[in-house]
Design a protein around this ligand. Structure first.
Ligand SMILES: O=P(O)(O)OC[C@H]1O[C@H](OP(=O)(O)OP(=O)(O)O)[C@H](O)[C@@H]1O
Ligand SMILES: O=c1cc[nH]c(=O)[nH]1
Length: 180
């Protein structure tokens, strides 16, 4: 096992991504965050808090809506979960029509999770734009999608797995790389 990011480094990178979003999103009031469970939603919540504090500092009065997606329900390589009655696939209690959606996940790998997430989002409405943000991007793309906001580009071989731990789930922030 090799540590890629420790807790302080995860915090720094999440803060940097919040700054990046804040500076590069054309209309912050039009932004909505959608986090992919089970860690993208926790990262999206951290980003929401950081972005709202920047907005407050700059006198922008708006709340950023935050929704979550459980993509296992939709993933084309996990058909066995398709009929699971326990899976709540999407929790978005706001209008996404004409909004700029920031889709948030912890790891970006083949791109299949994002494809599945796009299906789910378009079943809800028609955003004006969808951008992808990931804490870690690794090699292994199988679809023509790429994140716009990347915390860290990590090189990993096919026989290696990147494991993200977050305080909200595992009690600590840590990104590590393991043999599969
Ligand atoms: O680009 P992809 O190949 O789709 O891989 C990326 C997905 O893989 C991981 O999820 P995982 O299925 O391991 O579930 P988890 O997040 O609940 O651990 C990660 O959290 C991403 O959602
Ligand atoms: O390395 C990987 C690949 C997919 N999902 C992960 O969380 N890590």
């Amino acid at each position: 096992m090799k540590i890629v990011l420790d807790a302080a480094e995860v915090e720094t990178i999440v803060e940097r991504m919040a700054i990046d979003l804040y500076l590069h999103v054309p209309s912050i009031e039009n932004l909505v965050l959608i986090g992919i469970q089970s860690r993208g939603d926790k990262l999206a919540e951290r980003l929401r808090i950081l972005l709202e504090s920047k907005m407050e500092r700059d006198g922008i009065q708006a709340k950023l809506p935050l929704g979550t997606l459980n993509v296992n329900f939709y993933r084309d390589d996990l058909v066995k979960n398709y009929d699971s009655p326990n899976v709540r696939a999407i929790d978005i209690n706001f209008d996404i029509n004409n909004k700029h959606v920031i889709l948030v996940d912890d790891v970006f790998y083949t791109g299949r999770t994002v494809r599945a997430a796009l299906d789910a989002i378009f079943a809800e409405g028609r955003p004006s734009k969808i951008s992808m943000l990931t804490l870690v991007k690794r090699p292994g793309r199988e679809l023509p999608v790429l994140p716009e906001f990347i915390g860290l580009d990590v090189s990993a071989a096919d026989n290696e797995y990147i494991k993200v731990k977050l305080k909200e789930v595992e009690g600590e922030d840590l990104v590590s790389i393991h043999p599969r």
